[in-house]
Ligand binder design. Structure first.
Ligand SMILES: NC(=O)c1ccc[n+]([C@@H]2O[C@H](COP(=O)([O-])OP(=O)(O)OC[C@H]3O[C@@H](n4cnc5c(N)ncnc54)[C@H](O)[C@@H]3O)[C@@H](O)[C@H]2O)c1
Length: 245
């Protein structure tokens, strides 16, 4: 894979899949625009990236704040002149509660970040991709959006929305040279401290283990690359053959 001359924007890039994707994209030559609400952690990711590239812009940006997203993308485009690759990765997912115990305010919070955040960043970036007739958008969804996770109805619903938005948008922009896909991880073990294999045993996949953030990053980078030129409108599960609970 070769991302030299490509500019990639990754949301939620300070930890987990977002950080691993930033590292992988940089390893193959990309310049990076990284967004997160945790600016301190973004600074340490920027340090880690130094062995690959110094072409990294980091922004404290809450993706559920449309105005802030707009000014962030405008600033990045004025610096790099373009954005070729967008990885919509930032999301809320860690809270679990039964449907009857989950207040509407919690549903709203999840939709504001996971759905509207994805919409705001995509709306800000897409016109630049259309103008240059090239773009790759990868939305990080979840198996929860395909099968539904008990005690995570609100989260599952947001990821279902991300998957169907992906399928619809892909059809609209295919004529503009823009490919839009989703990846749906199963259970993922982070390797935030070092790039060692943190995979754990799990009953949730037939493979019997979790995936790693690095494995997810590799799929995202493949979809972002010109090797995946005939793939669009897809939701690709990366889950070790998930058991459909
Ligand atoms: N980890 C898993 O097991 C798993 C499984 C399926 C899907 N996913 C999806 O993968 C993606 C990444 O998850 P992860 O577990 O690697 O990371 P994570 O949940 O640990 O971190 C997400 C990142 O997004 C940032 N973020 C949260 N809200 C934000 C906002 N409003 N604006 C900007 N940034 C914000 C956080 O600060 C954090 O850096 C998410 O979309 C998640 O739903 C993860």
């Amino acid at each position: 894979m070769n991302f030299k001359d490509k500019v990639a924007l990754v949301t939620g890039a300070s930890v987990g899949i977002g950080r691993a994707t930033a590292l992988e994209l940089a390893e193959y030559g990309a310049s990076l625009v990284l967004l997160d609400i945790d600016f301190e952690k973004l600074q340490s990711v920027k340090e880690e990236l130094k062995s690959y590239t110094e072409n990294v812009l980091i922004y404290a940006c809450d993706i559920s704040d449309e105005a802030r997203v707009g000014e962030t993308v405008a600033d990045a485009v004025s610096h790099f002149g373009k954005i070729d690759i967008l990885v919509n990765n930032a999301a809320l997912w860690r809270d679990r509660s039964y449907f009857v115990d989950t207040p509407a305010s919690e549903w709203k919070k999840y939709f504001d970040v996971n759905v509207f955040g994805t919409v705001y960043v995509t709306k800000a970036v897409l016109p630049h991709m259309i103008a240059q007739k090239y773009g790759r958008i990868i939305n990080v969804a979840s198996v929860a959006g395909v099968y539904g996770n008990a005690k995570m109805a609100h989260y599952s619903a947001t990821k279902g929305a991300v998957i169907s938005m992906t399928q619809a948008l892909a059809k609209e922009v295919v004529g503009d040279g823009i490919l839009v896909n989703a990846v749906s991880p199963g259970s993922v073990s982070p390797s935030n401290q070092e790039d060692v294999n943190y995979s754990q045993p799990t009953e949730l996949s037939h493979m019997g283990r979790t995936g790693t953030d690095r494995e997810n990053a590799e799929l995202i980078c493949f979809l972002a690359s010109d090797r995946a030129g005939y793939i669009t409108g897809q939701n690709i599960q990366i889950d070790g053959c998930r058991k459909k609970l």
